[in-house]
Design a protein around this ligand. Sequence first.
Ligand code: SF4
Length: 367
Amino acid sequence: MLARREVVDLLGVRGRAQAQLFEESRRLRRAAFGDRVILRGVTEITNLCRVNCDFCPMRRDNTKVNEIFMLGQDDLVEAGRRVRDAGINVVFFQGGEIPQTTRSVGEAIPHIRRLFDDDVEILLNLGNKSRAEYAYLKDQGATTYILKHETSDAALNERMRHESLSERLRCLSDLVDLGYRVGTGMIVGLPGQSLESIADDILLAREYGVHMCSASPFVPAPGTPLEGQPYRSMDVTLNALALMRIVSPGWLVPSVSALEKTREDGQLDGLNAGANVITINFTDEAHRGQYLIYGRDRFIVRANYARELVARAGLVPSQSVFVGSGKFEPAAYEIDSGRGGDNLSRRASTQTAAASSRSSFPARPTS
Ligand code: SF4
C-alpha cells in the first residue's frame, strides 16, 4: 500500500517516471478489468443549483443570468429510452443540487428500469440530500451515486464551495451505508491546492470505501469568481488518475471531458493513464447549451467519438459492471478480446482480486 509521502512524490513525476507510473496503472487495470471501458449515458436534468461553488458557472449567484431548465418525469424516461437505444445500460442523471430532483427522478426510475427489463444501472449525481431521500431513491431502483468531495482540504473546500465538507462526507457515508455503488472525486489545480492535499483526496476516497473515483482538471470557467485564473497542470491530473488505479485497482475511474477541453487528446491520455470509463452526453440539443458546467464551449462527448476513442486506446467498450448480465467483480473475469465489443468471456480468473492488484510499485520517482 502506498504511503502518503509516496503518493505526493508520484503526483509530481514527469518523463520516464511518469511513463512507468502509467504503465503500472494500465497493468493493474488489465488485471482487474481486462480491456473493458465502461460507457455511461448522461443526461443533464437541471442547471438550477442552490450551491454557490466558485468554480462553476451554474452557481446560485448566476441563476438570474442563466436560462434555467428542469426535466420532468416524461423527459427523464425518454432520456432513458435514448440511452437504451444506443446500446448502453448505464443511465446517468446529473444536475444541480435542488430538492425537486428527488421526486422527479425517483418517480421516473421504475419506468426506466422496465425499459431495460431491469438490466440497467441507474447512476445519479444530484448532490447532497438527506439520508431518507437517498434511501427513497435506492428503493425506487437507483444503484449508483456520484458525490464528489472536490477537495478534502476542509478550509479550501469551504472557500471554494461555501459549504461544509463534513456535511458532504456525511452524505458520502450515508450512500455507502445504504448499499449504493458510490463514486467520489476531486478537482485538480484549484487555486491554493497543494500536492499533499491532492494525495489526501485520493486517500480519503479509499478511506470511505467508495467504488469509483475521478479527477478533473480545474477549468477557469467564464462567469465565475475564478475566471482568469490559469489552467494548471494536466500532468498532475493524469498522475492522480494513475495513482487512483494503483491505490485501488478495482475502482471505476473516468477519463472526463474536461481533460479533452484542457488539451486535444486529453481523454485518450486519461485512458492511457489507467482510466476505464467514458461518459457519453445524451442531453438534448436544446438544453446542452444551457448546462454550463465549464462554460458555453465545453467539450461534448458523442457516441461515435467515444467508441473511436476507446478503440484508439486499444480497449473495448463495456456495459455496466455493477448490474445485470454484465455484472462482475473486478479481476474475477477475463476478457476474450478476440470476440470484441461487449462479448465478454466470463471465465473465472485463476487470479484473486487481491493477488491481481498486488503491485510492485512504488517505483521511486526518477525524474
Ligand atoms: S459544482 Fe455542482 S453543486 Fe457546485 S454550483 Fe455547480 S452544479 Fe451546484
